[in-house]
Write a new protein. Structure first.
Length: 378
């Protein structure tokens, strides 16, 4: 969800421009554009935001890049911070690489650590000075590092590593250790046995089989933690903004189409306002505040959706046409508690749960914004 929002924001709102090239930039530099090809030598930090970005020049400080498609082939002396849909990193990095991407391929040399949270695929063919931490559906790892910590449904591992810890995800994982693997200490936590190639050399092997029962309890534990986390935020809102929560939940039951339009408009247009405000010095504090409100709104929308769902269930259980004032008293938390449990249970369903989650967030955001707007007009 977060990556989808980032990509929508980048595709819609970044203005079309091209960064300067062929020179030397002494100060920190920021580049915005639809398609950027940056070939300058940047002596300090570089921030690049756009739809498609290619960085060929040398960056003397840290590199911050966010785009739908990213390709980095220039040398980076400092660290790389990356957020992308698809990314290719074919360069030498003096510091660490930290990133989030749906699909990313990394080749080259990294001086310190590598931290990547991926979606579909993370492929690494690099020499890493310290440690590697990867999390994705499919991971292909080769090269060299001191330690590798990997979470994946499908994994192919080659290369030279002092320590490697593999935690496979899912009930039917696939873990392959290739012919060129040279691992001193390997620990595998998986629901299935790893496949070891004949040429693989592992000095110390520790395999811990995870049963389907353990996987179930692990998922149940994460679900319980998410329920209590959402409930804690909901309790704060219930006690301090009960009127807004009540009015928003009531409006949520009416004019779903209008709430959807308002919610979609808020989710899409708020980043544009933030971007415009950031271009002015005087508007930066307001932009920062609006950005925090916009980001936290996704979690608040979950609370509102839960409260609305809990009210509906509460109606049926008590056979009441509507809630009375005492149902909103501080001692009456049943609608919220029931709603949080129901919301998290439905959201956990495959595919249908994800569709429900997205629609609930959009509609609840619209309802909440409409109520706030009515307060402002009054």
């Amino acid at each position: 969800m977060k990556k989808l929002i980032l990509i929508i924001w980048l595709l819609v709102f970044i203005p079309k421009s091209v960064g300067a090239s062929g020179g030397i930039v002494d100060d920190n530099y920021t580049a915005f554009g639809d398609r950027l090809v940056l070939t300058d030598t940047y002596k300090k930090d570089l921030l690049a935001v756009g739809n498609e970005i290619e960085i060929k020049g040398k960056v003397g400080g840290d590199l911050f890049v966010a785009a739908d498609k990213v390709k980095i082939s220039g040398i980076v002396v400092g660290n790389v911070w990356l957020a992308a849909g698809q990314a290719e990193l074919f360069s030498q990095v003096g510091g660490s690489v930290r990133g989030v991407a749906d699909k990313i391929i990394i080749k080259g040399e990294i001086g310190k650590n590598l931290f990547i949270r991926g979606g579909r695929l993370v492929e690494v063919k690099s020499k890493v000075g310290c440690d590697v931490y990867l999390n994705a559906y499919q991971v292909k790892l080769s090269g060299q590092a001191r330690r590798a910590d990997i979470k994946a449904n499908k994994l192919t591992a080659d290369g030279k590593f002092e320590y490697m810890v593999i935690k496979s995800k899912g009930s039917s994982p696939l873990v392959k250790i290739g012919d060129s693997a040279r691992i001193n200490d390997l620990t595998v936590l998986s629901a299935a046995e790893p496949v070891m190639a004949e040429g693989a050399q592992v000095n110390k092997l520790n395999i811990k089989t995870i049963s389907k029962t353990n996987l179930f309890y692990d998922g149940l534990f994460r679900w319980i933690v998410s329920v209590f986390s959402l409930l804690a935020v909901g309790l704060v809102l219930f006690y301090f903004t009960r009127n807004w929560l009540q009015h928003s939940a009531e409006l949520l039951s009416e004019e779903l189409g209008k709430n959807f339009i308002w919610g979609g408009g808020w989710i899409v247009l708020a980043p544009l306002v933030v971007f415009v405000l950031f271009l002015t010095t005087i508007g930066i504090p307001l932009a920062a505040m609006l950005l925090v409100i916009w980001a936290s709104g996704f979690y608040l929308a979950q609370v509102l959706s839960s409260f609305w769902l809990g009210r509906m269930i509460y109606f049926r259980l008590r056979n009441k046409p509507a809630l009375t004032p005492e149902d909103y008293a501080p001692s009456s938390l049943l609608p919220l508690i029931i709603g949080v449990i129901a919301f998290k249970s439905i959201s956990a369903l495959p595919l249908l749960g994800q569709i429900f989650f997205v629609l609930a967030i959009i509609v609840a955001s619209g309802s909440g914004v409409r109520v706030i707007w009515s307060y402002i007009k009054e």
